[in-house]
Design a protein around this ligand. Structure first.
Ligand code: ZN
Length: 276
Protein backbone atom coordinates (compact mmCIF):
# COMPACT_ATOMS: atom_id res chain seq x y z
CA UNK A 1 0.00 0.00 0.00
CA UNK A 2 1.34 3.40 -0.91
CA UNK A 3 1.79 5.86 1.89
CA UNK A 4 -0.72 8.66 1.92
CA UNK A 5 1.02 11.97 1.41
CA UNK A 6 -0.58 15.38 1.74
CA UNK A 7 1.08 18.72 1.08
CA UNK A 8 -0.38 21.93 2.50
CA UNK A 9 0.86 25.04 0.71
CA UNK A 10 0.14 28.35 2.44
CA UNK A 11 1.32 31.94 2.50
CA UNK A 12 1.60 32.85 6.19
CA UNK A 13 2.03 31.17 9.55
CA UNK A 14 -1.57 30.54 10.81
CA UNK A 15 -3.11 30.08 7.33
CA UNK A 16 -3.01 26.34 8.05
CA UNK A 17 -5.29 26.71 11.09
CA UNK A 18 -8.51 25.99 9.23
CA UNK A 19 -7.31 22.51 8.25
CA UNK A 20 -5.14 21.87 11.33
CA UNK A 21 -7.43 19.10 12.62
CA UNK A 22 -7.35 17.27 9.29
CA UNK A 23 -3.56 17.50 9.08
CA UNK A 24 -3.20 16.27 12.68
CA UNK A 25 -5.61 13.40 12.02
CA UNK A 26 -3.78 12.31 8.86
CA UNK A 27 -0.39 12.51 10.59
CA UNK A 28 -1.69 10.34 13.43
CA UNK A 29 -2.92 7.84 10.84
CA UNK A 30 0.59 7.55 9.41
CA UNK A 31 0.28 9.86 6.40
CA UNK A 32 3.21 11.99 5.36
CA UNK A 33 2.08 15.55 6.09
CA UNK A 34 4.18 18.41 4.72
CA UNK A 35 3.50 22.09 5.34
CA UNK A 36 4.97 24.79 3.11
CA UNK A 37 4.78 28.44 4.10
CA UNK A 38 5.79 31.07 1.53
CA UNK A 39 6.49 33.90 4.00
CA UNK A 40 6.97 34.47 7.72
CA UNK A 41 3.99 36.80 7.94
CA UNK A 42 6.23 39.69 8.96
CA UNK A 43 3.71 42.36 7.96
CA UNK A 44 0.92 40.90 10.09
CA UNK A 45 -0.55 42.51 13.15
CA UNK A 46 0.97 42.10 16.58
CA UNK A 47 -1.67 41.31 19.20
CA UNK A 48 0.54 42.22 22.16
CA UNK A 49 3.66 44.39 21.95
CA UNK A 50 5.26 42.17 24.59
CA UNK A 51 5.38 39.32 22.04
CA UNK A 52 7.17 40.95 19.10
CA UNK A 53 8.17 44.15 17.35
CA UNK A 54 7.86 44.75 13.60
CA UNK A 55 11.59 43.92 13.47
CA UNK A 56 11.28 40.59 15.29
CA UNK A 57 7.90 39.48 13.94
CA UNK A 58 9.30 37.28 11.15
CA UNK A 59 11.39 35.34 13.64
CA UNK A 60 8.60 35.12 16.20
CA UNK A 61 6.03 33.92 13.66
CA UNK A 62 8.45 31.33 12.31
CA UNK A 63 8.61 30.01 15.86
CA UNK A 64 4.82 30.10 16.11
CA UNK A 65 4.47 27.97 12.97
CA UNK A 66 7.07 25.49 14.23
CA UNK A 67 5.06 25.29 17.46
CA UNK A 68 1.85 24.65 15.47
CA UNK A 69 3.51 21.95 13.37
CA UNK A 70 4.63 20.22 16.55
CA UNK A 71 1.12 20.48 18.00
CA UNK A 72 -0.32 18.90 14.84
CA UNK A 73 2.28 16.13 15.02
CA UNK A 74 3.69 16.88 11.57
CA UNK A 75 7.27 17.53 10.43
CA UNK A 76 9.08 20.85 10.43
CA UNK A 77 7.45 23.38 8.10
CA UNK A 78 9.29 24.40 4.93
CA UNK A 79 9.67 28.17 4.48
CA UNK A 80 10.05 29.58 0.97
CA UNK A 81 11.59 32.75 2.47
CA UNK A 82 9.50 35.32 0.62
CA UNK A 83 8.36 38.52 2.27
CA UNK A 84 4.77 39.02 3.43
CA UNK A 85 3.00 41.37 0.98
CA UNK A 86 0.57 42.87 3.48
CA UNK A 87 -3.07 43.61 2.72
CA UNK A 88 -4.27 44.84 -0.65
CA UNK A 89 -3.31 48.41 -1.42
CA UNK A 90 -0.65 48.81 1.30
CA UNK A 91 2.90 50.02 0.52
CA UNK A 92 4.20 46.56 1.48
CA UNK A 93 2.75 45.35 -1.84
CA UNK A 94 5.49 47.29 -3.66
CA UNK A 95 8.39 45.62 -1.86
CA UNK A 96 10.57 43.72 -4.39
CA UNK A 97 10.69 40.65 -2.14
CA UNK A 98 6.93 40.67 -1.52
CA UNK A 99 5.48 37.27 -2.31
CA UNK A 100 2.76 38.73 -4.55
CA UNK A 101 5.52 40.06 -6.84
CA UNK A 102 7.52 36.83 -6.89
CA UNK A 103 8.58 35.43 -10.25
CA UNK A 104 6.12 32.71 -11.24
CA UNK A 105 8.76 30.34 -12.59
CA UNK A 106 10.90 30.75 -9.52
CA UNK A 107 8.02 29.88 -7.17
CA UNK A 108 6.92 27.00 -9.40
CA UNK A 109 10.46 25.61 -9.41
CA UNK A 110 10.62 25.65 -5.61
CA UNK A 111 7.21 24.02 -5.27
CA UNK A 112 7.87 21.44 -8.00
CA UNK A 113 10.98 20.34 -6.12
CA UNK A 114 8.94 19.84 -2.95
CA UNK A 115 6.08 18.08 -4.79
CA UNK A 116 8.50 15.66 -6.48
CA UNK A 117 10.25 15.04 -3.15
CA UNK A 118 7.18 14.31 -1.00
CA UNK A 119 4.92 12.92 -3.75
CA UNK A 120 1.55 14.02 -2.39
CA UNK A 121 -1.71 12.57 -3.69
CA UNK A 122 -3.48 15.64 -2.29
CA UNK A 123 -2.39 19.27 -2.12
CA UNK A 124 -4.29 21.69 0.13
CA UNK A 125 -4.22 25.45 -0.31
CA UNK A 126 -6.43 28.55 -0.50
CA UNK A 127 -9.34 28.95 -2.87
CA UNK A 128 -9.26 31.43 -5.74
CA UNK A 129 -10.55 34.25 -3.51
CA UNK A 130 -7.71 33.70 -1.06
CA UNK A 131 -10.24 33.23 1.75
CA UNK A 132 -10.67 36.94 2.27
CA UNK A 133 -8.74 38.41 -0.64
CA UNK A 134 -5.23 38.74 0.82
CA UNK A 135 -2.92 39.13 -2.22
CA UNK A 136 -0.51 36.48 -0.87
CA UNK A 137 -3.39 34.01 -0.47
CA UNK A 138 -4.45 34.53 -4.08
CA UNK A 139 -0.79 34.26 -5.15
CA UNK A 140 -0.32 30.93 -3.35
CA UNK A 141 -3.51 29.57 -4.96
CA UNK A 142 -2.21 30.56 -8.41
CA UNK A 143 1.33 29.25 -7.87
CA UNK A 144 0.05 25.99 -6.39
CA UNK A 145 -2.02 25.21 -9.47
CA UNK A 146 0.92 26.07 -11.74
CA UNK A 147 3.32 23.94 -9.70
CA UNK A 148 1.02 20.90 -9.63
CA UNK A 149 0.78 21.05 -13.43
CA UNK A 150 4.53 21.55 -13.85
CA UNK A 151 5.42 18.75 -11.41
CA UNK A 152 3.67 16.24 -13.67
CA UNK A 153 5.45 17.47 -16.77
CA UNK A 154 8.83 15.81 -17.36
CA UNK A 155 9.89 18.68 -19.60
CA UNK A 156 9.53 21.23 -16.77
CA UNK A 157 12.28 21.52 -14.16
CA UNK A 158 13.98 18.22 -15.11
CA UNK A 159 16.68 18.92 -12.50
CA UNK A 160 13.99 18.64 -9.78
CA UNK A 161 13.59 14.89 -10.26
CA UNK A 162 11.03 12.47 -11.66
CA UNK A 163 7.65 13.92 -12.61
CA UNK A 164 4.86 13.45 -10.07
CA UNK A 165 1.14 13.62 -10.72
CA UNK A 166 -0.86 15.04 -7.85
CA UNK A 167 -4.39 13.61 -7.86
CA UNK A 168 -6.30 16.42 -6.23
CA UNK A 169 -6.00 20.05 -5.17
CA UNK A 170 -8.34 20.83 -2.29
CA UNK A 171 -9.14 24.22 -0.78
CA UNK A 172 -9.77 24.51 2.95
CA UNK A 173 -12.65 26.97 3.31
CA UNK A 174 -15.29 28.22 5.71
CA UNK A 175 -18.71 27.81 4.10
CA UNK A 176 -21.27 30.57 4.40
CA UNK A 177 -23.41 28.31 6.61
CA UNK A 178 -20.56 28.27 9.13
CA UNK A 179 -21.06 31.99 9.66
CA UNK A 180 -24.86 32.03 9.42
CA UNK A 181 -24.88 29.21 12.01
CA UNK A 182 -22.59 31.25 14.20
CA UNK A 183 -24.88 34.24 13.85
CA UNK A 184 -27.86 32.10 14.85
CA UNK A 185 -25.99 31.00 17.97
CA UNK A 186 -25.05 34.57 18.87
CA UNK A 187 -28.70 35.61 18.49
CA UNK A 188 -29.72 32.75 20.82
CA UNK A 189 -27.14 33.96 23.33
CA UNK A 190 -28.39 37.55 22.93
CA UNK A 191 -24.87 38.56 21.86
CA UNK A 192 -24.02 41.43 19.56
CA UNK A 193 -23.90 40.36 15.90
CA UNK A 194 -23.17 43.71 14.25
CA UNK A 195 -19.59 42.94 13.18
CA UNK A 196 -20.57 39.50 11.86
CA UNK A 197 -23.54 41.08 10.05
CA UNK A 198 -21.14 43.44 8.35
CA UNK A 199 -19.01 40.51 7.14
CA UNK A 200 -22.11 38.62 5.99
CA UNK A 201 -23.17 41.64 3.98
CA UNK A 202 -19.74 41.65 2.35
CA UNK A 203 -20.33 38.01 1.34
CA UNK A 204 -18.14 36.21 3.91
CA UNK A 205 -18.01 32.43 3.51
CA UNK A 206 -17.78 30.04 0.60
CA UNK A 207 -20.86 28.91 -1.33
CA UNK A 208 -22.14 25.81 0.51
CA UNK A 209 -23.12 24.06 -2.71
CA UNK A 210 -19.45 23.97 -3.73
CA UNK A 211 -18.29 22.09 -0.61
CA UNK A 212 -17.03 18.63 -1.63
CA UNK A 213 -15.79 17.22 1.67
CA UNK A 214 -16.33 17.78 5.36
CA UNK A 215 -13.88 16.10 7.71
CA UNK A 216 -14.79 15.25 11.28
CA UNK A 217 -11.84 16.29 13.43
CA UNK A 218 -13.60 16.04 16.79
CA UNK A 219 -11.00 13.47 17.87
CA UNK A 220 -8.19 15.94 17.13
CA UNK A 221 -9.74 19.08 18.49
CA UNK A 222 -7.20 19.37 21.32
CA UNK A 223 -4.32 19.24 18.83
CA UNK A 224 -6.11 21.76 16.64
CA UNK A 225 -6.67 24.20 19.50
CA UNK A 226 -3.06 23.70 20.63
CA UNK A 227 -1.85 24.48 17.09
CA UNK A 228 -4.00 27.60 16.86
CA UNK A 229 -2.85 28.64 20.32
CA UNK A 230 0.74 28.79 19.04
CA UNK A 231 -0.07 31.83 16.89
CA UNK A 232 -0.20 34.19 19.83
CA UNK A 233 0.84 37.31 17.89
CA UNK A 234 -2.27 36.86 15.73
CA UNK A 235 -4.95 36.68 18.41
CA UNK A 236 -7.64 39.21 17.67
CA UNK A 237 -9.36 40.66 20.70
CA UNK A 238 -13.08 40.10 21.03
CA UNK A 239 -13.81 38.27 17.79
CA UNK A 240 -17.21 36.74 17.11
CA UNK A 241 -15.47 33.37 17.34
CA UNK A 242 -14.86 33.90 21.03
CA UNK A 243 -18.43 35.01 21.74
CA UNK A 244 -20.21 31.74 20.93
CA UNK A 245 -18.92 30.00 24.07
CA UNK A 246 -16.51 27.10 24.50
CA UNK A 247 -18.90 24.24 23.73
CA UNK A 248 -20.24 25.82 20.56
CA UNK A 249 -16.74 26.82 19.48
CA UNK A 250 -15.58 23.23 19.95
CA UNK A 251 -18.54 21.94 17.96
CA UNK A 252 -18.00 24.39 15.12
CA UNK A 253 -14.25 23.77 14.96
CA UNK A 254 -14.75 19.99 14.91
CA UNK A 255 -15.60 20.04 11.24
CA UNK A 256 -13.31 21.19 8.44
CA UNK A 257 -14.60 22.07 5.00
CA UNK A 258 -12.98 21.51 1.62
CA UNK A 259 -13.69 22.36 -1.99
CA UNK A 260 -11.99 20.29 -4.67
CA UNK A 261 -10.29 22.85 -6.86
CA UNK A 262 -8.77 20.45 -9.37
CA UNK A 263 -9.69 18.34 -11.18
CA UNK A 264 -13.35 19.20 -11.52
CA UNK A 265 -15.18 16.88 -9.06
CA UNK A 266 -16.91 13.98 -10.79
CA UNK A 267 -19.94 14.07 -8.56
CA UNK A 268 -21.57 16.43 -6.12
CA UNK A 269 -21.57 13.71 -3.46
CA UNK A 270 -20.37 15.12 -0.14
CA UNK A 271 -17.30 13.16 1.00
CA UNK A 272 -15.78 12.78 4.46
CA UNK A 273 -12.14 12.60 3.40
CA UNK A 274 -9.71 14.24 1.00
CA UNK A 275 -7.91 11.33 -0.61
CA UNK A 276 -9.34 10.06 -3.93
ZN1 ZN B 1 -2.53 34.53 5.54
Amino acid sequence: MTTQSILAIYAHPDDESQCAGTLANLAADGALVTLVCATRGEVGEISDPALATPETLAHVREGELRCAAQAMGIGEPIFLDYRDSGMDGTPENEHPDAFMNADADEVAGRLVQIIRDVRPQVVVTFDETGGYGHPDHIAIWRHTHAAVAAAADAARFPEAGEPWQVERIAYAVFPRSFFTGMRQKLVELAEDTSDLDRFLELGIGFADERINAITDVSGFIEQKFAAIDCHKTQFGGDSFFSRVGDDEMRRMMSREYFVFGWPEPESSELLSELFP
